[in-house]
Design a protein around this ligand. Structure first.
Ligand code: FAD
Ligand code: DLZ
Ligand code: SF4
Length: 498
């Protein structure tokens, strides 16, 4: 007699997953399934699919080693097309008393499991530090859901970087020290890379065969695919990159895709690393005197602050959040995002590394591709689909609030108090992308004017009614008004021509 069928999804590869913790290998059966519905709801980057399938196969082997009966569906066997189909298949075979799963991180899949005829009991994903109910309590009655206030509560609750009741080092937030422009001398090391083993090679062949036409290169796949590898990657980051993390956090450099970023979202988001162990490793290094407070705090804030906060927003706002379009934007995403040639060096750099690595760091996502799409007025649903497709760490619970909310301001300011738009000035200051670009960041209008300069003003003028009263934006409207009539006309004509 089988007691439970336990579903383990491709981003739930953690032995401490609630349903495995409460399970019993003697009485329960685990189901894992590579299915076309999940591999095809957006054109995922081939490296993302390979990461997930290979990590799933390795995790299934580990579970078997621990005595679990794992029913694993491989995509090449052309079995069930959906997760529900796989559950129905196993259900028919073993007639369990119950089917259980940890609640998925996407409304789409939650709805599919709720509608599945086998009846799936969904339990909370307690790998996160803030439960969905806890976030709702925090949000209740607040006019503004500012991350910084949430973050301070999380510091107190988790105890990370706390000296009693006070924040370690005396300040809650060291962001002002983490906005240094790019300099090559800041570079420390590269994230750890791994050579594919036999299981990964098999997956790479499958993915090349089935998903080879998706945007993105499979060449040079070097992600870790097991917990052991992910832990080595974390240890390497903490010793060799974290000390400089703060200093380079907002910088961008030509042909330097990682700078001192951790590349741990890919491991945390599929369950190979727990966010707690990642933060603990950073805190231990700080306490040992190996990492300065601005780096340790900046890094831990991204995880107990931003990462938990965006998940809270996703579940608070419900399934319609991804359709938000507060600014009424409707243009198509430029072909350059899918690899078409462009003379804009910054866009070309970020898109090329995205194609090759399925990775870009935060400022590249926010201030290059995100900024440009927002200035152009691209339909946020298309921007959302792009980000969900092209990054190896993209799952809707984390991608959508970052794209729809933070980057495109499509939620009307829930996540971002003002839109993240900038002219070429910011990009010139924080990167060396403008060196050798066909456009000139210092030219505001006319021949060679950088598109960011023209579109920045055009965006502000188009949305003046909405943003003029924002106290953090008044100064830019003043600057526009002080510009000569002729120049303003030329800027708007230039933007329109573009
Ligand atoms: P590091 O810079 O080393 O940061 C450490 C960790 O902090 C990350 O691994 C991540 O888990 C967490 N973190 C940092 N910023 C954020 C944030 N804004 N939201 C949530 N967690 C954060 N992150 C994803 O994990 N998946 C996504 O699909 C995703 N889509 C994004 C889309 C847009 C438009 C933007 C602006 C940001 C997006 N982010 C996303 C957030 C951030 O860019 C990535 O978490 C980060 O680049 C991952 O690389 P890293 O591990 O090297 O990060
Ligand atoms: C993203 C993804 C892909 C590409 N393939 C699978 C799969 O075949 N099987 C699976 O269980 N999960 C997959 N995933 C992850 C899910 O689509 C989904 O994003 C997460 O489970 C949401 O939490
Ligand atoms: Fe980008 Fe403009 Fe700089 Fe070129 S000049 S790299 S388009 S910001």
């Amino acid at each position: 007699m089988v007691r439970r069928v336990i579903l383990v999804l491709g981003d739930q590869l953690s032995p401490e997953l609630a349903v495995l913790r409460d399970g019993d290998p003697e009485q329960d059966v685990v189901v894992m399934a590579e299915v076309t519905d999940e591999a095809g709801y957006v054109p995922h980057h081939p490296k993302k699919i390979a990461l997930i399938f290979s990590a799933m196969r390795h995790f299934a082997e580990e579970l078997r080693g621990d005595g679990w009966d794992v029913r694993y569906y491989r995509l090449e066997d052309d079995g069930p097309k959906s997760i529900c189909g796989a559950l129905m298949d196993v259900h028919q075979d073993v007639s369990p008393e119950e089917v259980v799963a940890v609640r998925p991180g996407e409304w789409r899949l939650i709805e599919a499991l709720e509608a599945c005829p086998v009846g799936v009991t969904l339990v909370e994903d307690d790998r996160f530090m803030c439960s969905i109910d806890r976030f709702k309590d925090w949000a209740e009655g607040r006019k503004e859901l500012r991350m910084e206030w949430f973050y301070r509560e999380m510091r107190r609750e988790t105890g990370f970087l706390m000296d009693g009741k006070d924040p370690a080092g005396g300040e809650w937030n060291y962001d002002k020290e983490n906005r240094k422009p790019a300099q090559r001398s800041m570079l420390q090391a590269q994230p750890m890379q791994f050579t594919p083993d036999e299981i990964t090679e098999e997956v790479l062949t499958l993915v090349a065969d089935r998903f080879g036409d998706n945007f993105g290169s499979l060449e040079g796949f070097n992600f870790g695919v097991t917990r052991t590898q992910a832990r080595r990657a974390l240890a390497h980051f903490v010793t060799s990159q974290l000390p400089e993390f703060g200093d380079t956090q907002d910088a961008m450099l030509l042909d330097e895709p990682y700078l001192n970023h951790a590349l741990v979202s890919i491991y945390m988001n599929i369950g190979l690393l727990s966010p707690r162990e990642v933060c603990q490793a950073a805190e231990d290094a700080y306490r040992a005197g190996d990492v300065p407070i601005n780096s340790a705090e900046g890094f831990i804030r991204q995880i107990i602050g931003w990462r938990e906060y965006v998940r809270g927003i996703y579940f608070l706002k419900g399934p319609d959040y991804t359709a938000s379009n507060e600014l009424g934007h409707s243009r198509d995403l430029p072909a350059a995002y899918w690899g078409a040639e462009t003379e804009m060096n910054c866009i070309a750099q970020v898109v090329a590394q995205t194609r090759d690595l399925a990775y870009a760091h935060h400022i590249q996502r926010l201030m290059i591709t995100g900024n440009y799409a927002l200035l152009l007025g691209v339909d946020p649903a298309q921007v959302h689909e792009w980000y969900l497709s092209v990054y190896a760490d993209a799952f809707e619970w984390v991608e959508a609030p970052n794209t729809i909310g933070m980057s495109q301001w499509a939620d009307g300011g829930v996540v971002a108090s003002k839109p993240y738009v900038s002219s070429a000035n910011y990009i010139k200051k924080m990167s060396d992308y403008c060196d050798g670009c066909s456009y000139d960041p210092d030219v505001k209008v006319g021949e060679g004017a950088c598109p960011f300069n023209l579109l920045y003003w055009d965006f502000l003028v188009r949305h003046r009614d909405r943003f003029e009263e924002n106290r953090r934006m008044g100064v830019v409207y003043n600057a526009w008004d002080k510009m000569g009539e002729e120049k303003r006309k030329a800027v708007l004509e230039g933007a329109s021509a573009l």
